[in-house]
Design a protein around this ligand. Structure first.
Ligand code: GCW
Length: 706
């Protein structure tokens, strides 16, 4: 018996079947076999104390079985890692050349010295060195040719920051990967090994900052006890070149400090913030600053005292300035007024342009409503020219199937970043207006709402790791294509074998549009079930609820047609965009069809460009989404030989959920909208398998999805 078992095992091993994996190593698996692709570095040289060098050796050891021997004399195949402090580096490259790239930039270059081939990774700063090392490791992991490297990199954004919506009680708002990784109840004494793994993963993709707590902030985060815990985390993240920021509650002076109010013009309030800030910097000298959600969804803010967002933000900025800290002030504001929700952030913030301190940056969600499957870009981008603006992207899939659906978000983010605002002539893209190239401001930054939790695979879905990865890569270099990012990620997380990587890449690249199609095609938005944002509830009508929290506010379906009229004769949201975009959006004929129902209320028989009526097109889009997910299932099932069993089954089972959910979305939306259109679902489309009434009864037990 033993022998049989042994021989089966032996057989499997020799067949090279992938070993079981749980996804915990992310894209940093450093497989032994990857070393086969190495050009064969034989030695490494550099400053022994260098953290970047240590990181390289750790990864190399995992791949090669042992660390590279260190050498002082450059011989053939030496890897030279260092800053201009290192003599050998100075012999090869001028310090000035490195300084021009900044402390985070780096150069990787193959240098021939006589017969010796040396690979140099150099930077003016330790941070840049770390990024350079991870770049080189990525080349090794993806089997790239290392023989003639000539790489020079510099980040697109200065601050590349994750926003954790993690609460102090361990829950995560809109988190779908288990509880918060920050174990506040155990800190500062007990340290989870995950903290440094998290830091390493972020460093490997260029993320250099993190906000530890939810923007719906508990004042407790600023108590002495919590600050000690925060300090502990900051100490762990520091070597990885990651700065810690905190979300703060605007009422903290009143709630924690016992003051009579938190009015930003009250000198006692100002003093309280100055003292609190000082206390923080004593513990964390490189503390980044505050993120603030004010006067939004019930959070306190300066308007409680008749003050403006600028007065609130500037007061905090003044407290942080002596220490070099900054304020990230969110523009996610909307009130239950008759005004179109999509217009409100612009209406509140545009008049304040130019009145913020230069250590304030306004954090603006990509779209004007709220992380919908597809939105046009927020009209604040491009329009606010005197104030630094930073995009906020949502990595966690609040509106995109939680951690159940495979949705690769890089194509969505690219569409957003490359949108042309036209505000300073053509080719003034969202990326250009925020990265400092069109409007030169002191600060440039980009934020992503994290999808990280305590799940073994970090993000709930193995493919959701790709979104964390993509956020970091785009924040570092927004000119990378979604395809390049997907290819890198697949190569490192699974395998670069083309029979696997090509179809999987295609699946990833199509996955966002597919999800838009089965959820909210043609510019539909916010037709989610009440509160949890998972399934469809286009009919949702809760008596007494705020209109702008209900789907009919957004889709306006009636026997006449469907869509939100935001033209000049409707809510006039189009006029918040710069010309010629506003004219383009305003005219139903030139409005991109992908955003048609965002900007227009359109009759059911409206002729689309392909000749179909709007109703028919809607049906085909929903159906197309469903069919695509079924294709994804087929693609994935064919991939079984390339993937370890655990990850294969996990993804396979999630795709089944996604497939069922897509049908649910399609049936719910088409059967409901059909009650208005009164038209048949085109006969060549798969028939609904649910009754509308049955779907209306579904009340999700969130635990299944959360
Ligand atoms: O997307 C919405 C979410 C809220 C979130 C809010 C925000 C943190 O539904 O859960 O609160 O946006 O961004 O502030």
């Amino acid at each position: 018996m033993m022998r049989t078992l042994f021989s089966i095992f032996f057989c499997m091993a020799s067949l090279g079947l992938p070993k079981a994996e749980d996804g915990s190593r992310l894209w940093l698996r450093f497989q032994q076999q990857e070393v086969a692709a190495l050009t064969g570095f034989t030695t490494v040289s550099g400053d022994k104390e260098s953290f970047a060098l240590q990181q390289f050796q750790e990864a190399w050891s995992a791949m090669a079985g042992s660390a590279l021997p260190e050498t002082n004399r450059l011989t053939d195949h030496t890897l030279l890692i260092g800053t201009p402090k290192n003599r050998e580096i100075r012999k090869i490259i001028k310090a000035k050349e490195l300084q021009e790239l900044g402390a985070e930039g780096y150069i990787i270059r193959t240098v021939m010295q006589g017969k010796n081939r040396i690979t140099m990774v150099a930077s003016a700063g330790e941070g840049g060195l770390l990024y350079g090392v991870y770049h080189l490791l990525r080349l090794i992991q993806t089997g790239s040719d290392l023989s003639t490297l000539h790489i020079s990199e510099q980040p697109s954004y200065d601050i590349r920051i994750l926003n954790h919506w993690d609460n102090l009680n361990g829950t995560v708002e809109r988190g779908y990967a288990g509880r918060s990784i920050w174990q506040w109840d155990q800190l500062p004494e007990k340290i989870s090994p995950r903290y440094s793994e998290y830091a390493r993963a972020n460093a490997s993709i260029g993320i250099n900052a993190t906000v530890l707590n939810n923007v719906n902030a508990s004042p407790d985060i600023l108590t002495a006890d919590y600050l000690k815990k925060v300090k502990r985390i900051a100490d762990i993240l520091r070597p990885y070149h990651i700065r810690v920021y905190l979300s703060v509650n605007f009422s903290s002076p009143k709630i924690l400090g016992g003051l009579s109010d938190s009015d930003p013009l009250n000198p006692h309030v100002q003093h309280w913030w100055q003292e609190k800030t000082k206390e923080i910097y004593q513990l964390i000298p490189d503390f980044g600053g505050f993120l603030v959600k004010a006067n939004s969804e019930g959070q306190p803010g300066p308007q409680d005292y008749g003050r403006t967002h600028a007065e609130g933000a500037n007061m905090l900025a003044d407290a942080l300035r002596p220490h070099g800290g900054i304020v990230m002030w969110r523009a996610f504001v909307y009130n239950p007024t008759p005004e179109d929700r999509a217009k409100q952030a612009y209406l509140e913030f545009k008049p304040l342009d130019g009145s913020f301190r230069n250590n304030v940056i306004i954090q603006v969600k990509n779209g004007p409503v709220d992380f919908q499957p597809r939105e046009p870009f927020s009209p604040l981008f491009g329009s606010m020219q005197q104030t630094a603006l930073m995009p906020e992207l949502q990595i966690t899939q609040e509106y995109l199937g939680f951690s159940n659906h495979l949705v690769f978000l890089a194509p969505q983010w690219k569409e957003f970043l490359e949108s042309d605002t036209h505000c300073k002539g053509p080719q003034t893209t969202v990326a250009g207006t925020t990265d400092g190239s069109v409007y030169p401001h002191r600060l440039s930054a980009i934020a992503g709402v994290a999808n990280i939790g305590q799940d073994v695979n970090w993000c709930g879905h193995h493919f959701a790791q790709a979104n964390w990865y993509a956020f970091g890569r785009l924040a570092w270099n927004h000119t990378l294509t979604a395809e390049e990012i997907a290819a890198e990620w697949i190569g490192m997380t699974f395998t670069g074998e083309p029979a696997f990587s090509e179809p999987v890449k295609e699946m990833m690249l199509r996955s966002w549009e597919t999800t838009v199609d089965y959820m909210m095609p043609l510019g539909l938005h916010h037709i989610f079930a009440w509160d949890h944002h998972y399934g469809p509830e286009p009919w949702c009508d809760i008596p007494g609820a705020r209109a702008d929290w209900l789907p009919p506010y957004y889709h306006n379906a009636s026997p006449e047609g469907i869509g939100f009229d935001r033209t000049t004769t409707g809510s006039d949201a189009v006029s918040q965009y710069c010309s010629p975009l506003r004219e383009q959006f305003n005219d139903v004929k030139s409005c991109p069809e992908e955003l048609l129902l965002w900007f227009h209320h359109v009759p059911w028989d409206y002729p689309m460009q392909n000749g179909r009526t709007l109703w028919d097109e809607l049906c085909y889009r929903y159906d197309g989404g469903v069919q695509q997910v079924r294709e994804f299932q087929k693609i994935w099932d064919r991939m079984e030989p390339f993937v370890d069993n655990d990850r294969f089954r996990h993804v396979q089972s999630r795709l089944k959920i996604q497939s069922r959910d897509a049908v649910w979305w399609k049936d719910a939306c088409l059967l409901y909208f059909q009650t208005f259109s009164g038209r048949p679902i085109p006969y060549d489309i798969e028939r609904p398998v649910h009754e509308l009434e049955e779907l209306k009864q579904i009340k999700l037990d969130l635990k299944h999805h959360n």
